[in-house]
Design a binder for this molecule. Structure first.
Ligand code: PLP
Length: 823
């Protein structure tokens, strides 16, 4: 095994490079000339991007290596964030901001006849995640670095990230995201830390020389895990943490015998099979996939990361494994990496030859689990038969964990067979499956939800049996977002304006924005606030024009819903409101009218037919509304294709009204809601997820609340009759009549019948029609508020000023104080 070179006694301590504009120009030129061999006077911008990225990485390297070495001192406690997803987006401007090199790089780019913005545009998004869960992991990494928390991220080095979406005839079409085509200038390959991850084979049981019972996982097909490190810079604090992404590689390059025999494709088969593990991100958000390759990804991440953490712990000079849990904590982002519970047991039992009880004492004290959803379709369960074939040894360990656990249940509730059946990690009917959430709870010392309501619903519902057994494990950690990317980088206008009032400290201490509250009624400050928002709206209008061909007027209300397309998020409710507004125009009901630009964006999972149909509906409604001369600019509708981190950086700062309209009880937290709030959007939302905490923070006067509460939704569910709402509400009737008439799909008759049927079904799980009237009324209140600009601007300022709680700096401080206890 390799030594940890950075912590070895003979390791060199790197000195930082000088960071003047001239030094940066020199370094970029050296990369262009001597590394890339590009000597032309007007070097193509893509090489300027690469040279600048390498230069910035050089400037981070001393801090990166020093941080790495400091984390490695013996006895230091460390945290590891295990996640199948890190939705990072672009890195360049973020590092420039964090390193405080804005002026120097701008000056340097000027010397090359380019702007920093133009060059930054050339970086592809690192889209290694689906949506909120993956973006949360990225914001957490940013805050850990800024807070100097010794946390390392572990993920997968997907060759293909989240697919690109484009629209053809109103339908979503997916294109592969080959984000690594031109290489990734930020990452450092660390092949010296390569691990082997076993799959397949069978288990053998025997007694060793000392007479101890032992197990061996034999005849495995191993896959190599090669780490690629990405630097995560803290905000102006000389801390650079590490995100370590594993790439799969074959143990044998290829079978030379087969190759020489002329079977070329067979010769590379094993290699391809191994490399497929980290080939592509599964594009499912809030629903499980159940594919064998996905389980292989999960185990690959868990095994490589745990082997690596054990190696690091040893390299730091530790040896007494019974103290491992004192020095290490693993936070599992949803159940995706939960096989880590069984894998750490395996490593301790089979490789470190620890007795069961000692190994369990360690494992169950260093694992922590974050739940992200209550939706049953998202709860991961893996068929036992698949486990037997792919992971026979971890499966034996899961059985053993379950046997110990069920004995504990039987002691507490003697004779309660039904409870044991409910709580068993193995589901028996209809097919035997491993319940990953149960494994996560049993194996963890901490289980948290991601917003107050979500954590409460978990404890009262899905996890109730476990709460009765171990109440002390359960807690809440309300999500957040990083103000560095989502305000300081995305909204330079607002950043400058706040900076004039508060100085710079708020960027790393967002609670300070509270001090803007006294300015909310000041006309001069309001005027400047509005000017910033207007400039941001012009920026978004240009994007919408370029991407959708639709003209948005910055004078209109920008009404925005961007997020993954899912029925529970109720993009359909938004569309029904748009059709209602269109009906009002057609009938001349223009009393109290305000001009609106409605923007909807988001990706549908490729296999989710209803979500794809909703995209088609949005586009169809947009086509009709935007081309109807009677509408005359009063209403514009656009579907923004390929919603991703980079587009949100333009969208959030330009939004007036943030749509957070999920069925109450279904959106665990939401984080888009927080980005909008920080950027001065007012929310129209249900009493769901973190909306509730946003409402508490900003006050009911500055939030448009509507709809049933979670308890009301569940009380109504058994007697839900959508037809009743149609009968009682002529606006709703008109909307459904127009939709049914085929007005939006003249060339494709019947395509929206499934949508109408879903809305009118008494079994509609999302109960869209139950909230229609309340939503339309709330939108009416929005319109009234918008007509008084001073009033609206006050609400906007107060939203930003109340957003301090929603910084991931606060979230990470809570994880650290109550779960990780680092430093
Ligand atoms: C913040 C964010 C999300 C999460 O949005 P929600 O509205 O909370 O679902 C999803 N995708 C991207 C690109 C984001 O930036």
């Amino acid at each position: 095994m390799q030594d940890e070179s950075t912590s070895a006694p003979h390791a060199v301590a790197l000195k930082p490079l000088p960071a003047t504009g001239a030094a940066i120009v020199h370094d970029i030129q050296r990369y262009q000339h001597y590394h890339l061999g590009r000597i032309m006077r007007n070097c193509p911008p893509v090489y300027t991007y690469k040279a600048l990225a390498w230069t910035l990485r050089d400037h981070m390297m001393a801090d990166w290596m020093n941080t790495y070495a400091a984390r490695d001192r013996p006895g230091r406690r460390r945290g590891y964030y295990l996640s199948l997803e890190f939705l990072i987006g672009r890195a360049l401007a973020n590092h420039v901001l964090n390193l405080g090199l804005d002026e120097a790089t701008r000056e340097a780019m000027h010397r090359f006849g380019q702007t920093l913005e133009e060059v930054a545009e050339l970086e592809p998004d690192a889209g290694l995640g689906n949506g909120g869960l993956g973006r949360l992991a990225a914001c957490f990494m940013d805050s850990c670095a800024t807070l100097d928390l010794p946390v390392m991220g572990y993920g997968l080095h997907y060759q293909y990230g989240m697919f690109h979406q484009h629209i053809e005839n109103g339908y979503q079409v997916e294109d592969p995201d080959h984000w690594l085509r031109d290489g990734n200038p930020w990452e450092v390959e660390r092949s010296e830390f390569t691990c082997r991850v076993p799959f397949g084979g069978h288990t053998e049981h025997f007694h060793d020389k000392e007479g101890r019972p032992r197990a061996r996982w034999a005849n495995t097909s191993d896959v190599l895990a090669i780490p690629y490190d990405m630097p995560i810079s803290g905000y102006r604090n000389h801390v650079v943490n590490t995100l370590r992404l594993w790439k799969a590689a074959s143990t044998d390059e290829f079978d030379l015998e087969e190759f020489n025999a002329g079977s070329y494709s067979e010769a590379v088969q094993a290699k391809n099979h191994a490399e497929h593990i980290s080939m592509v991100l599964y594009p499912n958000d809030s629903s499980e996939n159940g594919k064998e390759l996905r389980l292989r990804q999960q185990y690959f991440l868990a095994s490589a990361s745990l082997q690596d953490a054990l190696r690091q712990w040893r390299a730091a000079g530790n040896s007494d494994l019974s103290t491992f849990a004192e020095h290490n904590v693993f936070q599992m982002n949803d159940t995706h990496p939960t096989i880590a519970v069984a894998e750490l047991m395996r490593l301790l039992l089979d490789q470190e030859i620890m007795p069961w009880d000692a190994a369990w004492a360690v494992t169950s004290k260093c694992m922590a689990y974050t739940n992200h959803t209550l939706l049953p379709e998202a709860l991961e369960k893996w068929p036992v038969a698949l486990f037997e074939r792919l992971l026979p040894r971890p499966l034996e360990i899961i059985y053993e964990i379950n046997a110990h656990f069920l004995r504990e249940v039987a002691v507490k509730w003697p004779g309660d067979i039904e409870r044991r059946r409910r709580m068993s990690i193995i589901e028996e009917e209809p097919v035997r499956q491993v319940r990953m959430a149960w494994l996560a709870i049993v194996g963890s010392f901490s289980v948290n939800g991601v917003a107050a309501l979500h954590s409460r619903l978990l404890q009262e519902g899905l996890f109730r049996d476990f709460v009765e057994l171990w109440p002390e494990k359960f807690n809440n950690k309300t999500n957040g977002v990083t103000p560095r990317r989502w305000v300081a980088h995305a909204n330079p206008g607002m950043t400058a304006l706040i900076g004039e009032q508060l100085g710079e400290g708020w960027v790393a201490d967002l609670a300070q924005v509270e001090k803007l509250k006294p300015l909310a009624d000041t006309p001069a400050f309001q005027a400047r606030w509005r000017a910033v928002k207007r400039a941001n709206k012009e920026r978004l209008a240009a994007l919408v024009k370029a991407e959708c061909g639709v003209e948005f007027s910055p004078d209109a209300l920008f009404d925005v819903q961007v997020k993954r397309i899912h029925e529970y998020k109720r993009q359909l409710l938004n569309v029904l409101h748009v059709i209602h507004l269109y009906n009002r125009i057609n009938r001349g009901r223009l009393d109290g009218w305000i001009d609106r630009c409605v923007l909807i964006g988001g990706k549908a999972a490729p296999g989710y037919a209803m979500a794809k149909r909703i995209i088609k509906l949005v586009n169809s409604v947009a086509d009709v509304v935007n081309s109807d001369p009677d509408v005359d600019g009063r209403l514009k509708v656009a579907f923004l294709p390929n919603y991703r981190v980079t587009s949100m950086e333009i969208i959030a700062p330009a939004t007036d009204l943030s749509e957070q309209i999920s069925t109450a009880g279904k959106e665990a937290s939401g984080t888009g809601n927080m980005k909008f709030m920080m950027n001065g959007a007012v929310t129209i939302g249900t009493y769901d997820g973190a909306n509730i905490e946003i409402l508490d923070a900003v006050g009911a006067d500055n939030f448009f609340l509507f709809g049933l509460k979670a308890e009301e939704v569940e009380a109504l569910r058994p007697r839900y009759q959508p037809q009743r709402y149609v009968e009682q509400d002529s606006d709703l009737r008109d909307v459904l009549d127009l939709l049914r008439s085929g007005h939006f799909n003249l060339c494709e008759p019947g395509i929206f019948d499934p949508v109408i049927d879903a809305l009118l079904s008494p079994h509609d799980p999302w109960m869209v029609l139950a909230d229609f009237r309340s939503y339309v009324d709330a939108q009416e209140r929005v319109a009234q508020a918008w007509q008084a600009p001073a009033h609206w601007t006050r609400m906007s300022i107060l939203n930003t000023a109340s957003s301090g709680y929603f910084s991931t700096d606060r979230t990470m401080q809570e994880y650290n104080a109550e779960i990780w206890k680092l430093k």
